[in-house]
Write a new protein. Structure first.
Lengths: 113, 115
């Protein structure tokens, strides 16, 4: 079965600095990889996805993620963090042939002014 | 932008009672999902639904759970005899296609509290 690991419960960065939220995955076959963000008392909001093609994927709000097949990673990045980026971030993986999407445990990003 | 809507936002139920959580998926979407998130834990897949039948379900989705699309717009999750450990946030999601590369769009969730 597919699975995702987010090794950091919490990431703290200063506003204006680059941020990275880490994700590694395990799946048989080609993965579909996703990042979602969750703000307080809200559902999960789609940020970006990797299906195939370029390893660097660009998404909403200036976020991007880099797919690395050899390291089975899909880290989320942003060149310059904003205080409003503070939220809970979830990485998710799905096998190409099913709907069962597995989420990581989430990483709480705090951007300080 | 079209949204997935869920009602109620908070449901409080006595243990052993039946509860129905309601969702209105995005109108042109064909695949529907339920997830749950126990407080402080990860989001867990429960079930996917397409063409009026369950397409996949997880080990969590046992006989006490059922899903239904009673009309052209609603998608419901029923928990037959609730237990304390059913307390969680329940998220509905929908997507245009399944087993594909389209993202799932989530509602804001129903917080279920079992007393």
């Amino acid at each position: 079965a597919q699975s995702v690991a987010q090794p950091e419960d919490q990431v703290n960065v200063a506003e204006g600095n680059p941020l990275t939220v880490k994700c590694t995955y395990s799946v048989s076959g080609n993965p579909y990889l996703f990042w979602y963000v969750q703000y307080p008392n809200r559902g999960l909001q789609f940020l970006l996805k990797y299906i195939t093609g370029d390893n660097l994927v660009k998404g909403s709000y200036g976020f991007e993620a880099e797919f690395n097949k050899s390291q089975t990673s899909f880290h989320l990045k942003k060149p310059s963090a904003l205080v409003s980026d503070s939220a809970l971030y979830f990485c998710a993986v799905r096998r190409y042939n099913n709907n069962d999407m597995r989420f990581g445990a989430g990483t709480r990003l705090t951007v300080k002014p | 932008e079209p949204e997935v809507t869920q009602t109620p936002s908070h449901q409080v139920t006595q243990m052993g009672q039946e509860v129905i959580l309601r969702c209105v998926p995005i109108s042109n979407h064909l695949y529907f999902y339920w997830y749950r998130q126990i407080l402080g834990q990860k989001v867990e897949f429960l079930v996917s639904f397409y063409n009026n039948e369950i397409s996949e379900k997880s080990e969590i989705f046992d006989d006490q759970f059922s899903v239904e699309r009673p009309d052209g717009s609603n998608f419901t999750l029923k928990i037959r005899s609730t237990k304390l450990e059913d307390s969680a946030m329940y998220f509905c999601a929908s997507s245009e296609v399944g087993r594909g590369n389209q993202p799932q769009h989530f509602g804001d969730g129903t917080r279920l509290s079992i007393l």
